[in-house]
Design a protein around this ligand. Structure first.
Ligand SMILES: Cc1cc2nc3c(=O)[nH]c(=O)nc-3n(C[C@H](O)[C@H](O)[C@H](O)COP(=O)(O)O)c2cc1C
Length: 168
């Protein structure tokens, strides 16, 4: 698979079978995360691996079937005290976390594991369950696993290239 094929293969999966993600796949995915670039190489992230009984405790953080079914969920947090702040004050934490999260998601896709970006969750509850400091913000939940049998990937709806690119 070339990169475009891999990127096209990824889609948001919101229903999962009970098949477990192997430790070997998880270890590969985390190694890919660890190679992510970040502003001034600050690597202001932390990845919490949640599964089994622990994941059930997170049911109210994201009240969807996705969360009840997925065998595994990663919570990616960003630490605003560690991230690079440009001289005009712009905090690059969100950008860094988006990159590391995409590494995780693309690595999972390569291994045939389905995922979904989830940002619409209860942040205060997640913070309290993970006992995070004020500086550490949970930014992305990444449930992962295998689609239910017979599931079709969502059709890709994207803007036309001409509408998003300007050649000067
Ligand atoms: C930053 C971000 C946050 C998202 N948050 C959610 C979410 O909270 N819940 C959800 O079901 N999907 C969420 N999504 C998935 C998008 O809805 C999805 O990526 C988009 O509709 C395109 O579909 P595709 O991923 O199947 O290509 C999010 C995606 C991104 C990139």
């Amino acid at each position: 698979m070339n990169l475009l094929e891999l990127i096209t293969k990824r889609y948001s999966e919101r229903r999962y079978s009970s098949q477990q993600v192997t430790d070997d796949d998880l270890s590969y995915i985390l190694s890919c995360a660890n190679m992510a670039p970040s502003a001034v190489n600050k690597q202001p992230w932390h990845i919490y691996v949640i599964r089994g009984e622990k994941l059930l405790q997170f049911g109210d953080v994201y009240r969807r079937e996705t969360f009840k079914e997925a065998p595994l969920c990663l919570v990616v947090t960003g630490n605003h005290a560690q991230s690079w702040h440009r001289s005009d004050g712009k905090d690059h934490c969100d950008i860094d976390i988006a990159i590391v999260s995409d590494h995780i998601i693309m690595a999972a896709t390569e291994r045939g594991i389905n995922t979904c970006w989830v940002c619409n969750f209860d942040v205060p509850l997640c913070k309290s369950l993970l006992q995070l400091s004020d500086d550490e913000e949970p930014m992305v939940l990444i449930p992962m696993g295998y689609a239910l049998p017979g599931t079709q990937p969502n059709p890709k709806k994207r803007k036309d290239l001409n509408d998003i690119v300007t050649y000067l």
